[in-house]
Design a protein around this ligand. Structure first.
Ligand code: NDP
Length: 329
């Protein structure tokens, strides 16, 4: 028996923005149908909280598929020349249990997360939105720039980063790889003023974005805070925004943006108007007014990894990408 091994480059080749968006649609449509088993992920932290290992299993009923992502997150890993997210996604046939593929998880995570934000942007942002602010200049910022450009026509892109040199590097990268002009700016406020699309993409534990800075009608994808103690957006934004989440269960267990606002009385569970799956399925309204501020709070779901991995595996098999390895089964 053989399985397919897809490294980072392979995943990038087969999971372009179009494929990743289609995989995100599949994930949220399956969630809306109730076709998914997606338990809360388990995270085990080092006692000093310098890093964690997370385990994210999921099952999709149609076609029957199991996947398990195992990923370490070390925000300080860059100092050793490593990405902050490293790991693998294991993909199995959900009818027989047969292992089908192992995929590098860093690239897959970047692309599936950005695709979910792109889907949320398509559903929640104004049609004419095209002034994008990226807060953060890491792996997710690069993936989000390309993914958002695939669903809205971008007129202007600004980027702010804690370390300004990395914002400048992102601007160079954007021009050379995607032909996109990106302006590095000196503060988060200067990046978001007048923007109608904002993505928060940092590992900050303190708010880097204030709701008071945002223009009416802005859509925000809040992506970086996915543990209860980390927070990127302030209580003012939580009070001001129409809030859509990827999963209520995850948001109420893991979203520091919401849970820390709740501690100040600025949020309660009833403030979540919908899950993205309900909006995609037309069971809940997305944007209800042109001047409304919408917020997509992204935690990241195992089913997003599953559908992205499945699409990548099928496409790689079709195109002959990746390496076949003997499986000792
Ligand atoms: P990277 O390590 O590549 O980039 C991290 C970014 O966060 C850099 O721009 C870094 O700035 C910035 N940053 C770190 N600490 C702070 C701080 N205290 N204040 C301000 N900025 C800070 O990570 P990724 O791009 O892969 O991930 C970004 C965030 O998104 C992480 O928190 C990650 O856990 C989260 N994430 C969320 C997912 C989801 O599904 N919602 C999925 C995957 C990741 P600098 O260059 O100055 O270090």
């Amino acid at each position: 028996m053989t399985i397919l091994w897809l490294d980072r480059t392979d995943v990038g080749r087969v999971l372009d923005e179009r494929e990743a968006l289609a995989a995100a649609e599949e994930a949220f449509e399956a969630l809306a149908r109730g076709d998914v088993v997606n338990p809360l992920r388990q995270a085990v932290f080092r006692p000093d909280r310098a890093g964690l290992v997370g385990s994210m299993p999921a099952f999709l009923a149609d076609p029957p598929t199991f996947a398990l992502k195992v990923v370490t997150v070390f925000p300080g890993a860059h100092a050793a020349g490593l990405d902050s997210h490293q790991g693998a996604v294991l993909l199995f046939d959900g009818a027989t249990g047969r292992p089908e593929a192992i995929l590098e998880a860093g690239e897959l995570t970047a692309r599936r997360t950005a695709a979910a934000s792109a889907l949320a942007t398509r559903e929640l942002a104004r049609e004419d939105a095209g002034d994008l602010a990226l807060l953060g200049a890491g792996v997710q910022a690069r993936a989000h720039l390309r993914a958002i450009a695939a669903v809205r026509s971008l007129r202007r892109v600004r980027v702010w980063n804690r370390t300004p040199e990395r914002a400048a590097e992102l601007a160079l990268w954007a021009r050379s790889t995607a032909g996109l002009r990106v302006e590095p700016v000196g503060s988060a406020r200067a990046a978001v003023e007048g923007a109608d699309l904002v993505c928060t993409l940092t590992a900050s534990a303190q708010p880097i974005l204030e709701g008071a800075w945002l223009a009416p009608g802005c859509h925000v994808n809040a992506v970086g805070s996915c543990t209860p103690r980390a927070r990127e957006v302030d209580a003012g934004l939580i009070r001001r925004a129409r809030i859509v989440v990827d999963s209520r269960e995850s948001a109420l267990a893991e979203a520091g943006d919401l849970l820390l606002a709740a501690a100040n009385g600025a949020f309660d569970a009833g403030d979540i108007v919908a899950e993205l799956a309900e909006v995609v399925a037309g069971r809940a309204a997305g944007r209800t007014a042109a001047d409304e501020i919408t917020l997509y709070e992204s935690l990241g779901l195992a089913i997003e990894d599953l559908t992205a991995a499945r699409r990548a595996w099928l496409r790689a098999d079709e195109l002959g990408v990746g390496r076949r390895m003997e499986w000792p089964g």
